[in-house]
Every structure is written in C-alpha cells, then in structure tokens.
Design a protein around this ligand. Structure first.
Ligand code: ZN
Ligand code: ZN
Length: 128
C-alpha cells in the first residue's frame, strides 16, 4: 500500500515536472522566436553574429531576470550567445539561481544536438 502510494506520487511528480518543463520550453520558444524577429542576430555582449543553424546558440536574456515579463516590444529582452549569457548570470549567482537553472537547461539542450547527431550517424555506420 505505502509502496504503491509512493510510486504513484513519484510518477505524478515526474509528470508534473515534465509538463512544467514542456510549458517552459514552449514559452521559451514563443518569446525566443519573437525576439529573433525583433533583433538582429548578434550577441549584445561580444557582438558575434549568428546565422543558419548557429542561431540556436543565441539565447534570450531577460534584462530584469523575470522570464514572465515579455513585453511585445522586446524591451525586456536581450539576445546573448550561450557564453555571454552564462557570464551574465554567474555575476549574480545567489539571486538568480532559478533563472540560471533554466539557462543551464537551454545550454545542455543546445550543446546536446551536435554530439547526439554525430552519435546517430556513427551508429548507422557501424550497423552496416
Ligand atoms: Zn556573446
Ligand atoms: Zn538570462
């Protein structure tokens, strides 16, 4: 009984977590797309330019660090590359732990694309 209950709440918790995660990703995709339409694809810190697939290294930073504050004119957004964005947040790690955590998610997601793509190609090759 107790075990069943535990397992169920574990599953529920996972479900809640994954739906929260999905919601966050959808929200992120929404304002990221809008920000990419508003701004030139240039990192506001190091002024690196991005185009094509590289654009995924460009992330949206919230100037007031509030991810829910997304004015349509983009006044709370800044396009930063992964490295500058990381740097931006490590300056105030204590206050911005939550914000930083979501950024780590983004970073691992973006970085995971290329190694996994390479791995998939590798597996296809070794199968033959
Ligand atoms: Zn940069
Ligand atoms: Zn940020």
């Amino acid at each position: 009984m107790a075990n069943n209950k535990l397992r169920k709440s574990d599953a529920e918790q996972n479900q809640i977590l994954s739906s929260l995660r999905q919601e966050h990703q959808e929200r992120q995709a929404g304002y990221r797309e809008r920000a990419l339409k508003l701004f030139p694809w240039v990192c506001a810190r190091c002024t690196r330019e991005f185009e094509g697939k590289k654009v995924r290294e460009l992330t949206v930073h919230h100037i007031d660090h509030n991810h829910d504050n997304n004015p349509p004119d983009g006044s709370n957004w800044e396009l930063l590359c992964l490295y500058c964005h990381d740097h931006e947040h490590t300056r105030g790690v204590q206050e911005d732990r939550l914000d930083g955590a979501t950024d780590i998610d983004l970073k691992t997601d973006a970085l995971a694309h290329s190694p996994f793509a390479g791995l998939a190609a590798h597996f296809k090759q070794t199968k033959k």
